[in-house]
Write a protein of this length. Structure first.
Length: 209
């Protein structure tokens, strides 16, 4: 996803969050519904960018109502449990793919935009939010540094599974995480998630050098 689109989506999300909070404080679900309808009326479908992107599931709804507050432990636990149930791990139990392919995915911001060809594989755009290697001059700081991810945490099967699951659905491990749910939302394929997991967990990956 390109930077301009990230900014646009962030602004829309902030607007929806504000509208949700107003509806919640007023005690009127109708206000929130009208606000969402107004937002949808302001945007036109174009290519693969459909209006269903405004539809909120239980995670979006709960997190947008926070309005800057911290999610209570009970709700966080409930959301994480429900999201963990959606994670589909590889049937063969192999979480690692090709780290070189994973690096290309991490560098790519293609996919999801109306101008992108939906037949082409999407990218993860990981560098927009994370530091992954010391060779990367420019990277985002929204998320934590992932440099030495596997080296610090250990190259264990359990950590491989965690990394795969986190990429698949970040909210399964941290409710209201701002990290995209790459597998849950079908942004990346199973093989692509394996490849990015390898980027994080393969000892020969530049992430762990």
């Amino acid at each position: 996803m390109k930077k301009s689109n990230i900014v646009t989506i962030s602004l829309v999300a902030a607007a929806l969050a504000g509208c949700a909070a107003v509806g919640d404080l007023d005690g009127r679900a109708e206000t929130r519904a009208k606000a969402l309808a107004m937002m949808k009326a302001s945007f036109k479908e174009r290519g693969q960018a459909k209006l269903d992107r405004f539809d909120q599931d239980e995670v979006h709804t709960a997190c947008s109502l926070l309005d800057g507050k911290t999610l209570d432990k009970e709700t966080a636990a409930r959301l994480e449990k429900s999201q963990l149930a959606t994670v589909k791990y590889p049937a063969d139990g192999n979480y690692l793919g090709d780290w070189k392919a994973g690096e290309k995915i991490a560098q790519s911001g293609q996919g999801g935009q109306y101008s992108d060809n939906p037949k082409n594989p999407a990218g993860g755009n990981c560098y927009a939010c994370h530091e992954l290697t010391k060779a990367e001059v420019s990277y985002g700081t929204i998320g934590p540094s992932l440099y030495n991810f596997g080296k610090v945490r250990g190259f264990t099967p359990a950590m491989q599974k965690y990394a795969y699951g986190k990429l698949y659905n970040s909210n399964a491990f941290s409710a209201c995480s701002s990290m995209p749910r790459f597998g849950h939302n079908k942004v990346l394929t199973e093989q692509q998630i394996r490849d990015v997991t390898a980027l994080l967990m393969d000892p020969s990956s530049p992430v762990n050098k």
